[in-house]
Write a protein that binds this ligand. Structure first.
Ligand code: UDP
Length: 241
């Protein structure tokens, strides 16, 4: 049972530096959903970029759910022997979101690997992953600046994401698993600090929705993202001290 108002977020926390060997890392929590996001910098770019003469850098993301992140154990992909379609879709989404946040030209000839591993899944793991990946990428960019490898930050936007749904006719912001499984409409929203859209995934699950409902979802989602961006900025300020 949801005890907080329909348009309010779960408690959001960022624990920076969770993976010390990464160039930037964070454990992000949206309520009980917890995702470890880590950025690793690799000098050089994928071969296709060199072959096609594409200048600048690249960002690629990987997403996985740790076996014990779900109620019943989820076998690792390495033991299943085949890629998980949902995971592939989510990691592409994370990659696109981060490429909107970073000026690839300014990144120079390097690859930023974004690894997002779900520690505990309770709905909204992809949106938490995007929000955390932006923090990890910002920390990695600060490291490149500190080391004198870059003279200006390649981060052009901050991005954050949140999920929404319509459950029993009510719009709910930031759904947990119990709410998500009953949702007639599912929406994942990725936006920048100017509240420009980076990605909008919305689908009716055996249901339809009106333009008015879509507008209301976007309004509530936009306000949620604004708050998430404030928490994100506050977390990053602590890293600069
Ligand atoms: N889930 C799960 N096992 C899976 C996939 C999903 O337990 O293999 C749960 C998990 O709590 C997840 C939720 O279902 O957060 C909703 O999954 P969805 O595919 O909608 O992605 P998410 O909301 O996590 O981005």
């Amino acid at each position: 049972m949801r005890t907080r108002p329909p348009d309010s977020l779960r408690e959001i926390q960022f624990q920076l530096g969770i993976a010390p060997h990464a160039a930037g890392s964070v454990l992000v929590s949206f309520g009980n959903t917890q995702v470890i996001c880590a950025a690793t910098i690799e000098e050089g770019v994928p071969r296709w970029m060199k072959e096609q003469g594409v200048s600048g850098g690249w960002i690629t993301a990987e997403y996985s759910m740790l076996p014990y992140s779900t109620h019943s154990r989820k076998p690792r992909e390495s033991s299943r022997g085949k890629p998980d379609g949902r995971g592939v879709e989510i990691q592409r989404l994370i990659g696109r979101a981060l490429r909107a946040a970073v000026n690839l030209e300014a990144l120079g000839s390097r690859t930023l690997w974004m690894d997002c591993d779900v520690l505990q899944a309770d709905g909204g793991t992809r949106t938490a992953a995007i929000t955390g990946a932006c923090v990890a990428a910002s920390l990695a960019a600060q490291k490149l600046l500190r080391e004198g490898k870059l003279s200006a930050s390649p981060m052009v936007h901050k991005v954050a994401a949140v999920s929404l749904g319509i459950v029993e006719g009510r719009i709910l912001l930031d759904l947990n698993y119990e709410e998500d499984k009953d949702a007639a409409v599912d929406l994942n929203l990725v936006m920048t600090e100017s509240l420009d859209l980076v990605e909008l995934q919305v689908s009716g699950e055996e249901a339809v929705f009106s333009r008015q409902q879509l507008d209301a979802l976007l309004d509530i989602g936009g306000r949620g993202i604004q708050q998430i961006l404030e928490f994100q900025a506050a977390a990053l300020r602590t890293a600069q001290k």
